[in-house]
Design a protein. Sequence first.
Length: 229
Amino acid sequence: MATFVLVPGAWHGSWAFEGVIPLLEGAGHTVHALTLTGLRPDDDAAELASTNLETHANDVLRLLDRERIADATLVGHSYGGMVIAAAADRAAGRVSRLVHLDAYVPRDGDSCWTLTTDAYRHAFAAGAADTGYAVRPPFRQPNGGDPRRRPHPLASLLQTIRLGGDVDRVPRRDFIYCSGWEEGTPFAGLRARLLTDPAWHVHDLPTGHNAMREDPHAVAALLDPDGRI
């Protein structure tokens, strides 16, 4: 059985995986879903303003320490791909699998800002205009997005990642590409690159970006290493 650590994307919390968690647990796996620092309901403005990518990587590492996890599968959605890469690089061999779920796959020196599209960079800047440190959740049709979304710390989207090479030694690495939003995805070029890299297993899902909500069963089936879902 696997031990999963699920890391949501920007503006989201552990609830983003609420459809996937019971499926994984029902197959016998252990699941920890994180709400990152700055996005928890009780976090104040000071917490939000001081949070960056390093803070979020430490959230994952503290969980590994607290739960004494020595064989983790880290799953990162969207921005969460930055977080799991940073954490795995510093986890001292405690990560056996990385799953980037329609997520950024950084190299040393990258940031979410540099890896994304002009449209997302505009959304980050416009969303932070009120405070200078917190990015408002973007409005999305048709229902305006999940009301549980919270402002996301801008510094975490801007901070450059520093990778020492340990992340490249994680035994298994998966990239799940969501093909149902071709007009807006920042990941098409990444998919093409990873398809040529024998270290990566690339999978396609015909959903929009929020695959966990649109098709939780398909996501859980791809995550399940035992093929029981």
